[in-house]
Design a binder for this molecule. Structure first.
Ligand code: NAD
Ligand code: LMR
Length: 309
């Protein structure tokens, strides 16, 4: 019995997280996952090879302080991603103060197209979590260019927006915030789902929405970038895949008829598990929510056309 137990244990799949992009967000996500998850392997790819190697070395030292000794490698060669359960993509440019996320679209689409091809050459079985902005457009580009099934490619945007919404509601004295989701574009057309909000004494939401929509720019103006909030949001999604939690959360996912829309990636409620997007949850959204979602889809499709999709 003991031998069988050991044998079974040795067959337990190793949890490996790959990263393409070892910059502020990628490295902070890796640092977060190192602390929160029992990951056996982390691989960080970046065009700045020394950055990726340096981050891997620093992360390995941090792990030792936690009594953890995962294999952590960095470099510019995509072959180190082989066997990743999930690849987290933050490769690309970040916006500067005064820019919108959409201003990054043309440049980052070219990067994501190349990254998609290289991920499929090195780790074709991985789920892909896209973070690079504008994330809804980059998730679509990743899906199209990788050729993967739509459940295996998804983006993190509204998860972060929803965390910001919860904080803003808390500061306004809202209690028992069971569900407070931002849906739609991870951008200026994002909206608070009034259909799905579940909390006590919810205030008028117009001002709250404006705060959430533009708070990232305020952070960027002061510290140059956002990465702690994004890292926790990304960790929540990575954890759902690696531990098959089947947690329901807002995610940028490829629609094929859901909510009446197709051929676009946009933030909607989804169940995330070992298969990636396990299910898109088609709640009967009220007319205002549907109008807002339609507005996001229209904007995103116009920008996809500009990118040649
Ligand atoms: N979806 C979200 O909620 C969210 C949150 C925060 C940041 N972001 C986005 O994530 C991206 C990264 O942000 P950051 O602050 O980490 O930027 P950063 O500049 O610190 O890191 C980006 C990294 O990508 C690397 N890179 C560039 N082109 C590459 C390529 N072709 N292959 C591999 N690596 C490449 C760069 O060398 C750099 O290290 C930006 O687009 C930013 O807007 C999205
Ligand atoms: O706003 C940005 O440019 C980064 C990210 O999308 C965020 O919302 O923090």
């Amino acid at each position: 019995m003991y031998f069988n137990f050991v044998k079974e244990q040795s067959e337990v799949a190793k949890m490996k997280i790959g990263f393409v992009g070892a910059g502020r967000v990628g490295s902070t996500i890796a640092f977060t996952c190192l602390q929160q998850l029992d990951v056996e392997e982390i691989a960080l790819v970046d065009i700045m090879e020394n950055l990726a190697i340096g981050e891997a070395m620093d992360l390995a030292h941090a792990a030792a302080g936690l009594g953890k000794y995962p294999e952590i490698v960095g470099g510019s060669d995509y072959s180190i991603l082989e066997g990743s359960d999930i690849v987290v993509v933050t490769a690309g440019s970040a916006r500067k103060p005064g820019m919108s996320r959409l201003d990054l679209a043309m440049k980052n689409a070219g990067i994501i197209k190349d990254v998609a091809r290289k991920i499929m050459e090195s780790s074709p079985e991985s789920k892909i979590l896209v973070i690079t902005n504008p994330v809804d457009l980059m998730t679509y580009v990743m899906w199209k260019e990788s050729g993967k099934s739509r459940n295996e490619v998804f983006g993190m945007g509204n998860m972060l927006d929803s965390m910001r919404l919860k904080r803003t509601l808390h500061e306004l004295g809202v209690k028992n915030i069971n569900k407070a989701w931002i849906l739609g574009e991870h951008g200026d057309s994002m909206f608070i789902s009034r259909t799905l909000i579940d909390a006590e004494n919810v205030p008028e939401l117009e001002k709250v929405l404006s705060e959430v929509r533009f708070v990232a720019a305020e952070v960027i103006k002061r510290k140059g970038a956002t990465f702690y909030g994004p890292a926790i949001a990304a960790y929540r999604m990575i954890n759902a895949v690696l531990n098959n939690t089947k947690e329901e959360m807002p995610a940028s996912v490829i629609l094929k008829g859901e909510f009446g829309f197709s051929d676009v990636s946009v933030g909607v409620p989804a169940i995330i598990g070992k298969n990636g997007v396990e299910k898109i949850v088609e709640y009967p959204l009220d007319p205002q929510d549907m109008e807002n979602l339609r507005n996001s889809v229209k904007l995103l499709k116009e920008r996809l056309k500009e990118l040649g999709y």
